[in-house]
Design a protein around this ligand. Sequence first.
Ligand SMILES: *Cc1c(COP(=O)(O)O)cnc(C)c1O
Length: 427
Amino acid sequence: MNQYGIDTTCVQGGYTPGNGEPRQIPIVQSTTFKYATSEDMGKLFDLEASGYFYSRLQNPTCDSVAAKIAALEGGTAAMLTSSGQAANFFALFNIASCGDHIVSSSSIYGGTFNLISVTMAKMGVEVTFVSPNSTLEELDAAFRPNTKCVFGETIANPALTVLDIETFAKAAHDHGVPLIVDNTFATPVNCRPFEWGCDIVTHSTTKYMDGHGAAVGGCIVDSGNFDWMAHADKFPGLCTPDDSYHGVTYAERFGKEGAFITKCTAQLMRDFGSTQSPQSAFYLNLGLESLHVRMARHCENGLAVAQFLAGHPKVEKVHYCGLPQDPYHPMAQKYLPNGSCGVVSFELKGGREAAGLFLKNLKLAAIETHVADARTCCLCPAASTHRQMTDEQLAAADIPAGLVRMSCGLESSADLIADIEQALAQI
Ligand SMILES: *Cc1c(COP(=O)(O)O)cnc(C)c1O
C-alpha cells in the first residue's frame, strides 16, 4: 500500500483480500491454530517460519490492523497491544531494563509519567526528565553511559506542548540510542515522526485512531532505521542470543526492519500477555478507515473553539498550538502544518470555582475522563485527575486550579461555541 497516499492507506491499508475473500477484515475469533505435523509447528516456535499458533502472540486480525498503522507511519513493522500504557511500557522495556537509564521529556501523559518514574524505577530503570524545550546542549547533559533511549510526545497530553522531534532525535543518535515518540494526539495524519528522525512510534489507539470511545488499545511501530548492531554493546537483548528463545539473535535474524517488533512480541508479549483482542482490533480498524476525514474536523473545531475562547473576557489564557500567539506555534508550523489536534486547554479567571460552574452548565460537552472521540468532552484536572493536590501544588505542577481541558469532537463548531458561550455567561 506504500505507493498510495495517507488517505487511501487509512481506508485500504494493511489488508488486501484475494478472490472471493471477505471485503472487510475478518475477525479471527480463535485462540489457537491447527497444524498437520509437529514439525510444522516447531518451525513457528523456532521463528524459522512465520505463521500463527496462539493469539496471545499473534492473531491475523490484529496483524492486519498493525500493518495498516505501520503503513500510515511509514514504518517496517508494528504490533498491537491491549492499551497505550502497554505500548509505552513494552517499547521502553524492550531496550531498557534493570540498571539502565532513560531520558524523557517531562511534558508527557500522567500515566506514562507514573509508569516511568514509579513503576519502572521499581524495576531498576532510572530516568532523567528534561524540558520539551531543551536545547541540544541541555539534552546532551542528561545522557549517561547506560542511557538506552529518549522518549517524548509529539503533542503532549494534557500540556499540549509540541516536541522538537529533530533536536531530540539528533541528541539520541549522537549518543547511539533511538528516539521513541508517542504520536497519539497528532496521529500519522498530522505528523509522521519517522520523517524527522524518530526511530520508534507508540500510540494509545484508544484516542483518535479508534475515535469513537469504543475500545482501549495501543500500538508500537518501528521505523526500521535504527542500526542495533552498530551499537551492539548497548543493546545486548537485540544483539546477543536470547536463551529464552532458542538462542536467536534478533538483530541478526530479523535485521533493522524486524528485530525490535519480533523481540517485543516473542519476549514481552509472550511473558506479559498484554494482547489486543481481535474484536477490539476490528473496531480500531473501523476508526482508522475515517481517521483522515475526522482529524481535519477535530482540528477545525479545536481551532474555532480556541479562537473564540481567546477573545472572551472571562478566559485568562488559552493553550492551543494552532493559535499564532501560542508559544508552541512556531514548532507546530514545522511539525504540524496541517493541524494539531482537537484538544484545547484554557484557564478561567475565577479559578477552580469558575471551572466547576462552567462545566456544570455545559449542555453539549460532557464531563468525562477521556479525550479524542467523536463527542466533545471536558474535565477540570484540579477537580478530577489531580484533585488530591492543593492550589499551591497545582501551581507548582503548571496546572492552574481553573484549567479546563476540552476535547473538541465532530459536532458543528457553531453549536460547540454557543454551548461554551452560554456556560461562560452563567459564571
Ligand atoms: C491515553 C494516553 C496514553 C495511555 O493510553 P491508554 O490506551 O489509556 O492505556 C498514553 N499516551 C498518551 C499521549 C495518551 O493520551
